[in-house]
Design a binder for this molecule. Structure first.
Ligand SMILES: [Fe+2]
Length: 163
């Protein structure tokens, strides 16, 4: 521990790290379950892609959880929670995209905040977390415009090498 990383900062960082990881696990289950609510193949495929992006982000962060010996909530509990949330969503594609466009950018300051709290050696993994949110937002913007290649940011993200 260094003087630039006092105990409270590290604690706050680890708390965020665990929460973010858990939210990605929950999110992947949410999007997979959401996919099942839609009848159009393209819409289902895009929701499954979002789930994959969530899993990819979680996998990128996973080495940090091991590094700090963080014990996350049980994956089955997180997945059940994600599934439950998906059941409460109205299966209206434009409304869903619009709602996500409205809410997703609100998470960006949190991703920046965890980068600010982190020891520099953890930044490659955290930037992968931030990048998944940027990719999701880019997808939503393109989807709202009716771009036939709206999924490109998600596919490109899934091709990013982990640090
Ligand atoms: Fe996410």
């Amino acid at each position: 521990m260094t003087t630039t990383a006092p105990e409270t900062q590290i604690e706050g960082y680890l708390e965020m790290l665990q929460r973010f990881y858990e939210e990605e696990i929950e999110g992947s289950a949410y999007f997979d379950a959401l996919a099942e609510r839609f009848s159009q193949a393209e819409q289902r495929r895009k929701m499954h892609l979002m789930a994959q992006v969530e899993r990819y982000a979680a996998a990128a962060a996973a080495p940090l959880l091991v590094k700090y010996h963080l014990i996350t909530r049980d994956a089955a509990v997180l997945q059940a929670s994600g599934h439950k949330h998906a059941q409460n969503v109205t299966a209206d594609w434009p409304a869903l995209i619009s709602e996500m466009r409205r809410t997703f950018p609100d998470y960006m300051p949190e991703f920046r905040a965890i980068e600010d709290l982190a020891p520099p050696q953890d930044l490659p993994q955290l930037k992968m977390l931030t990048a998944h949110e940027i990719a999701a937002i880019a997808f939503l913007e393109a989807e709202a415009k009716g771009d036939p290649d709206s999924d490109t940011p998600l596919i490109n993200y899934l091709r990013t090498g982990t640090a």
